[in-house]
Design a protein around this ligand. Structure first.
Ligand SMILES: Nc1ncnc2c1ncn2[C@@H]1O[C@H](COP(=O)(O)OP(=O)(O)OP(=O)(O)O)[C@@H](O)[C@H]1O
Ligand SMILES: [Mg+2]
Length: 318
């Protein structure tokens, strides 16, 4: 992780040098709080001031009575029509640079699991639009490609849930309905309906993927994210999946992801190449300091080497 930080710091320094070389005018420095404030305004949510772990408030929403779902039968999960967007899910392609990049990320995660127990991973970042949903969904697909691994993908952004758009499926009922006690775990899970015209990749990968959409948390999202039912969901689902990947909202404007992260084994932070400022990455890390931060993913970096085509990996090799 420190290498990524150094890289971010170096990129920031290079940008500054580049700017000062181009002009003698003083550099226009946008401090982190302004960027964060802009994002807060966009979310129309109150500023979530950092809360020290020992002073965190108890969740406002009382836990709904627990309905035991009994042993989970993956084949009993409702199947729905999915039409995934290949454009936004390059990890679904047979091969290519993106497939290779997600395979590398997957390998790093497998290595981390060799060191300490790791199954549930929350994906977050400091600010909106840094690529959290893109990374979370493609990582889930890449993990599901590997040795038939069973993956649960959860859209934990109950304000701007978008994963159902990437997968081309329904957004309700979802996590918000589960956390609000309106539905049980199996009722909010969905799997892809198998159709005759499914291509090879969808036929191989999608059956390994189970999805929980965001549902509609609206202005209750913050309270819902603090509901202990999320921890129960992770605990109850864990025995049935090899991996649980949770997408989330940005941590600087709102605290939902910090709440959800407490129930996950690790957190993967996303920084967008050429856009995320070092201070933003640092602040995101600080907001999540009570969690096990696995590292940063530097997203949308240009000039990636095209090793995939050289080695010619495809789904059979995984
Ligand atoms: N590596 C990438 N290559 C191409 N497009 C990308 C990449 N990463 C993200 N995008 C695109 O950038 C946009 C924002 O990405 P995404 O929705 O994943 O961000 P986010 O951090 O989840 O945003 P929000 O905080 O609003 O939920 C999307 O249109 C997505 O398809
Ligand atoms: Mg998102």
């Amino acid at each position: 992780m420190s290498r990524i930080y150094e890289a971010l710091q170096k990129a920031e320094l290079d940008r500054k040098l580049d700017r000062s070389e181009r002009s003698d005018a003083p550099e226009s420095h946008i401090p982190v709080p302004s960027t964060a404030q802009a994002a807060v305004a966009e979310y129309e949510a109150p500023v979530a001031l950092p809360i020290e772990p020992e002073t965190r408030r108890e969740p406002v929403v009382a836990a709904a009575p627990r309905r035991s779902a009994g042993p989970l039968d993956l084949n009993g999960i409702p199947r729905r029509a999915w039409t995934p967007s290949y454009q936004q899910l390059p990890a679904l392609m047979e091969r290519g640079a993106a497939v290779e990049q997600f395979r590398s990320l997957r390998s790093r995660i497998h290595e981390l699991r060799d060191i300490s127990p790791l199954k549930s991973i929350l994906v977050s970042s400091g600010l909106p639009q840094e690529g959290k949903s893109f990374i979370a969904t493609n990582l889930a697909i890449s993990l599901a490609r590997h040795k038939n691994s069973k993956v649960l993908l959860i859209d934990g952004d109950m304000r701007r849930y978008t994963l159902h758009q990437l997968l081309g499926c329904d957004s309700h009922p979802g996590l918000a309905e589960y956390l609000g006690g309106k539905a049980n775990m199996v009722e909010v899970m969905q799997r892809a309906e198998e159709t005759k015209d499914m291509d090879k990749m969808r036929h191989t990968v999608l059956p390994n993927l189970t999805f929980i959409a965001g549902g509609n948390g609206g202005d209750k999202a913050a309270d819902l994210s603090g509901n202990p039912r999320f921890g129960e969901l992770i605990r109850d689902a864990s025995p049935y999946f090899d991996w649980i990947i949770v997408d989330s909202s940005p941590v600087i404007p709102v605290s939902d992801a910090v709440n959800l992260a407490r129930s996950c084994d690790g957190v993967l932070l996303v920084a967008r190449g050429g856009e995320t400022k070092y201070q933003v990455a640092q602040r995101a890390q600080s907001e999540l300091k009570a969690s096990n931060i696995l590292g940063f993913v530097l997203n949308a970096v240009e000039h990636q080497p095209h090793v995939g085509t050289y080695y010619g990996y495809d789904v059979e090799n995984e």
